[in-house]
Design a protein around this ligand. Structure first.
Ligand code: FRU
Length: 478
């Protein structure tokens, strides 16, 4: 480790040692930054029987600015280790940000691919068509913990001329012995698209195709992911610049997927874009396949550029944002369902089970996992911690907040029928899975400590509520 890297790691350590101890709104069974700012999950993989979850991290303050890849490891999604940051801004080619990327674990090594962000000094730059470098970089590790070797693989001159300087977030996968990389791009004509590169050795890359929608869909596609699930290919992207359309696309930026038919390396067609999440806070998800063939996805339970939308008051406590729970993806036709990985069930403590007719107070817990079945598409209302209301009626599933939403008001999705709801309620978040993950809402909200419990209003539904244990996080960063 060179002196610059050592110094940066030490500064990070110092900031973490002096982090606020205010636990109000700290998630108990989700991952959040010790101090400062967290955004996208990165480098998700399983290596030597351990899951690695990296994330965009700036311990300096609660504003975006990615100076590190923070790092958690886990064997079971319940007990975690907090590690030293894996990457930091210590090279000319990544001096203004070790931006998002992915991992490949093979042959006893872990390979991270990420975007080195560089902002050149100069008054005349708009940082879209000039003044910015987005370099594609590889970092290699023998143990998945320390990444001594970094090498720049591509710079902006290796991307098509039709692209602006915004080309980032490499997601790499292997298929039939060949490596493929997808990169999110903003074209000069302000259209978002995904570039596909191919390599035999992970070091020499060739642009072989470009994936775009027939009609313009936003100006930039961030954080692409391309995978096959149960015989169907999906291209997942986080587009910016998509206008709201009724209940759709209501957040500042979106995240969702196109089913892809044909061959992503040649002739292909993208189907209709579907949002992955209907809540207020979901962005930049990434997925990976584990050794049992499960496709697991984690998202950022947050969004950038929220000024004028809604607030996150943990800013005053010196930390911002968290990750979603890990979710297994399932395919139903051309649709993706998402459901919390089964490992999370091990956090469940005592259970309250009820058959409800009329109104029932189910619990006074503050963090819990709640399942409601046999809804039979009736009108139903569930109130979480007094200020979060989930309701179904007229084929519309709605999430609403009062003051605790800090500006978050209402989001809905049209849903033909409703059979079940699962709600994961942590200290300042809810994740709602309807019909086993057909529709999902992920949101932050900020209830006071005396606002607790769950109330249901319905006719003859069954409900189970488990109080939840906290994650156990061991500090191995020293
Ligand atoms: C998405 C994103 C990525 C970028 C990273 C920087 O939230 O903007 O496109 O790599 O965050 O932190």
């Amino acid at each position: 480790m060179n002196t610059k890297t050592k110094n940066l790691m030490q500064v990070c350590r110092l900031l973490e040692d002096n982090a606020s101890t205010d636990q109000k709104w700290r998630p108990k069974f989700h991952l959040s930054p010790r101090t400062g700012w967290m955004n996208d999950p990165n480098g998700l993989c399983r290596f030597n029987r351990v899951y690695h979850i990296f994330f965009q991290y700036s311990p300096y303050n609660t504003c975006p600015g990615t100076n590190f890849w923070g790092h958690f490891t886990t064997k079971d999604f319940i007990s975690y280790e907090y590690r030293k940051p894996a990457l930091c801004v210590d090279e000319k080619f990544d001096c203004h940000g070790v931006y998002s990327g992915s991992a490949i674990a093979e042959d006893g090594k872990m390979y991270l691919f990420y975007t080195g962000n560089v902002k050149l000094c100069g008054k005349d730059y708009d940082y879209v068509t000039g003044g910015r470098e987005h370099n594609t970089v590889i970092a290699v590790s023998e143990d998945g913990i320390v990444f001594p070797e970094k090498q720049m693989l591509m710079d902006n001159s290796d991307y098509p001329e039709s692209c602006t300087c915004h080309v980032r977030d490499p997601k790499v996968f292997k298929l039939d012995g060949v490596y493929y990389m997808v990169l999110g791009a903003r074209r000069i004509d302000d259209t978002g698209e995904v570039l596909v590169f191919e390599s035999k050795d992970k070091y020499e890359w060739k642009h072989i195709n470009t994936l775009n929608s027939k009609e313009k869909f936003g100006f930039m596609w961030e954080c692409p992911d391309l995978f096959e699930l149960d015989g169907q290919w999906f291209l997942s992207v986080s587009p910016q610049g998509v206008e709201a359309e009724g209940y759709k696309y209501n957040n500042v930026y979106q995240s969702g997927y196109f089913p892809l038919s044909g061959d992503f390396r040649g002739d292909y067609t993208l189907g209709e874009f579907t949002e992955l999440d209907r809540g207020f806070d979901f962005y930049a998800p990434q997925s990976f396949e584990d050794e049992n063939g499960r496709r697991i996805q984690i998202g950022w339970l947050g969004l950038p550029d929220l000024d004028g939308y809604y607030e996150n008051p943990t800013h005053d406590m010196g930390w911002m944002h968290m990750l979603t729970c890990p979710r297994e993806l399932f395919r139903k036709g051309e649709k993706l369902y998402q459901y919390p990985v089964k490992e999370l069930n091990a956090l469940r403590r005592e259970c309250t089970e009820r058959n409800v007719t009329g109104e029932a107070v189910i619990s006074d817990a503050d963090i819990f996992d709640m399942e409601t079945y046999k809804i039979n598409s009736q009108d139903i209302e569930i109130i979480i911690r007094e200020d979060c209301r989930i309701s179904y009626g007229n084929k519309l599933l709605t999430l609403e907040f009062g003051a605790a939403g800090r500006g978050r008001k209402s989001r809905s999705v049209q849903l033909e029928s409703l059979d079940s709801l699962r709600i994961l309620a942590d200290a300042s978040s809810v994740e709602i899975f309807a019909n086993g993950g057909e529709e999902v809402f992920s949101s932050r909200y900020y209830p006071e400590e005396n606002q607790k419990g769950a109330i249901i209003r319905a006719e003859n539904v069954n409900t189970k509520l488990w109080k939840m244990n906290s994650f156990n996080i061991t500090d191995l960063s020293k």
